[in-house]
Design a protein around this ligand. Sequence first.
Ligand SMILES: NC(=O)c1ccc[n+]([C@@H]2O[C@H](COP(=O)([O-])OP(=O)(O)OC[C@H]3O[C@@H](n4cnc5c(N)ncnc54)[C@H](OP(=O)(O)O)[C@@H]3O)[C@@H](O)[C@H]2O)c1
Length: 283
Amino acid sequence: MNSVALPAGVALPALGLGTWHMGEAARTRAAEVAAVRLALEIGYRVIDTAEMYGEGGAEEVVGRAAAEALRTGAVTRDELFIVSKVYPHNASRGGVAAACDRSLRRLGLDWIDLYLLHWPGPHPLRDTVAGFEALRADGRIRHWGLSNFDTPEMKALAGAGGERCAANQVYYSLSARGAEFDLLPWQREHSMPLMAYCPLDQGGLVNEPVLREVAGRHGATASQVALAWLMAQRGVMVIPKAVREAHLRENFAAAELVLDAADLGAIERRFPAPRRKQPLAMR
Ligand SMILES: NC(=O)c1ccc[n+]([C@@H]2O[C@H](COP(=O)([O-])OP(=O)(O)OC[C@H]3O[C@@H](n4cnc5c(N)ncnc54)[C@H](OP(=O)(O)O)[C@@H]3O)[C@@H](O)[C@H]2O)c1
């Protein structure tokens, strides 16, 4: 599997698991824990969650699955890479610490590997960064980063003490390529991976005719083509969400799919690269 490197040098697999909409209802909880547990068996190591998802419910799902996997020895804590996010309204200097402690309790873990500001919010970035740096210094998080930040806001990091920003997570899929215009180049220049959320456009790409046609040449699926295309972009990692076993396995296998020049040409004609700046799409 391809990997991306954080600025601090840590290598991450280019494919992880998303968890939005998990932890929202009691009746689906067991199936979601089983899905995350299975993902860890399959080989997923990066799990993306947030305090927002199910108002903490998704973190509890991840925590239960991780606890089982750690107990049985399926993974070690150092192999796991847990990403969570703080709500913007909680992201004051002291607020991030309190929110992080609540997330750690729900996750049942001693540290979060990557802690993101979920989107730009009301608190000065300098204060959020100071909160993140304090958490990093005392070991409650290993790295911190941002989400839904466009290029001008990323540039403002320099004036906010943000030199250690490790990643930016944004909406990036074949049907939303806006980030390629100047955000992805800026992040590459700063050796900062782009975590692509909604890589399947929340299911919108899974039956797309051109992707199906390309997939047909490889005995693959349209979803796998959509993911493989993103993973082939330097410095990009994907975090598709899946609960169904077939989806979990299919997405993981996409990391081995290599697209050729004819595939790339067909994809480019259907989903052209942006020619001008577009506002960053958000979900
Ligand atoms: N930072 C942010 O603001 C932000 C915003 C949005 C999302 N995210 C993160 O990014 C993750 C991914 O985004 P997303 O969940 O919105 O959308 P997504 O990953 O593009 O799509 C997920 C949907 O696609 C289905 N699916 C997954 N694999 C499939 C396959 N191989 N074939 C057919 N259908 C498939 C899933 O079904 P099943 O679940 O039924 O298997 C689910 O309904 C989120 O879960 C979250 O962790 C972050």
